[in-house]
Design a protein around this ligand. Structure first.
Ligand code: AMP
Ligand code: MN
Ligand code: MN
Length: 335
């Protein structure tokens, strides 16, 4: 496609629907690094709907799906991709704000696909597609793909409903965060009506811990530190301190965030010689702007970045940026 189309409205326009109206073709569903339930659930849901219409679909991304999401219907089709093979009529990226989050696969996809469709809810989305549907008011990309399937007249099967419901569930912290709107609940209700089972999803997400997981959780929580003024709390995990599996399945940054006085919570995780930082806010400061100072991104209350620095230095510079952001935010007093 020659000229890119960008949409920000609440409903999918004809430009978003057109690539999927074809009675068949080959689609690539391309995931972002460290895929979560929002990206996987939306790719699997849209892919299943296309397959039902006679499409051939390839699912994959730079990293494999985490074991904790093994219950998502169709997840066995999602492969770790190092290079793309063949040509595609459409390459779809969901929940992926920038090309770097595909580790170069997007550049191959651009060459291999006639049309690149970018569907996302991140405010810092770079509009890298031929068609871009960016709606920052959506709590999860799952809301957008639900609306896309409805507009296409695609039947919502129980597997599709489960994938989209899980996308909503995880991106909203089980329907608890400030991104939740009436639209989120309307979408969730429709998905449950279509066969998503909330108890099944919750059980897989929260009640499948390994027998030793609580001991590791205790070890991790013992590392939480809170600033003297109570406004910042953080958790530093040197490599090897807690098993990767535990870190991947526990959303550990939510624990420092749960302290009443805390306005910004941080997780510093030493990982493959780099430091992965997760930031969470409560509406006082835009943590995405803090992450952006270090080349990262995300949402106003949930963001992240990766620093190629020693753990102690990464911790020092990010905490300094957090303190500077809080000092500049008059409303961010201890409550
Ligand atoms: P996490 O803390 O890893 O759960 O990520 C929270 C949010 O920040 C998600 O929306 C991610 O897309 C975003 N994010 C995390 N790490 C990075 C990064 N290194 N670069 C850009 N965005 C990131
Ligand atoms: Mn995601
Ligand atoms: Mn998301």
């Amino acid at each position: 496609m020659s000229s890119a189309i960008t949409l920000t409205g609440p409903a999918p326009s004809e430009a978003v629907l057109t690539p999927f109206r074809s009675p068949g073709g080959h689609a690539l569903m391309l995931g972002h690094v460290h895929p979560d339930a929002d990206v996987l659930g939306t790719l699997l849901a849209l892919g299943e709907a296309l397959e039902a219409r006679g499409w051939r679909v390839t699912y994959g991304g730079p990293h494999p799906a985490p074991a904790a999401l093994a219950f998502l219907p169709g997840i066995e089709r999602y492969q770790q991709l190092h290079a793309l093979d063949g040509r595609f009529d459409v390459a779809v990226l969901t929940d992926c704000p920038n090309p770097e989050r595909t580790e170069g696969l997007i550049d191959q996809a651009r060459r291999a696909a006639a049309t690149v469709v970018n569907i996302d809810h991140h405010p810092d989305n770079r509009r890298y597609g031929d068609v871009n549907w960016i709606d920052v008011s959506a709590a999860a990309t799952g809301e957008l793909v639900y609306e896309l399937l409805v507009a296409l007249g695609a039947p919502l099967t129980p597997p599709i409903a489960t994938n989209l419901f899980t996308a909503l569930h995880t991106d909203t912290g089980s329907f608890r965060y400030s991104n939740v709107t009436p639209r989120t609940f309307r979408t969730a209700a429709a998905l449950v009506q279509a066969g998503a089972d909330p108890a099944f999803v919750s059980e897989w997400l929260y009640e499948r811990r390994a027998p030793d997981a609580l001991r590791w959780l205790g070890a991790a929580l013992g590392r939480v530190e809170v600033s003297d003024d109570g406004r910042v709390a953080w958790l530093i995990l040197p490599s090897g301190s807690v098993p990767e599996k535990v870190i991947e399945s526990e959303e550990l940054v939510n624990y420092p965030r749960s302290v009443a006085t805390v306005r910004v919570a941080c997780l510093f995780r030493e990982y493959l010689g780099q430091v992965k930082v997760s930031l969470r806010g409560k509406g006082d400061v835009d943590v995405q702007r803090i992450a952006a100072q270090f080349g990262g991104g995300g949402h106003p209350n949930a963001a992240g970045c990766t620093l190629a620095k020693p753990l102690a230095e990464a911790t020092r510079v990010v905490l300094a940026a957090v303190r500077a952001a809080l000092a500049a935010a008059p409303g961010a007093r201890t409550r």
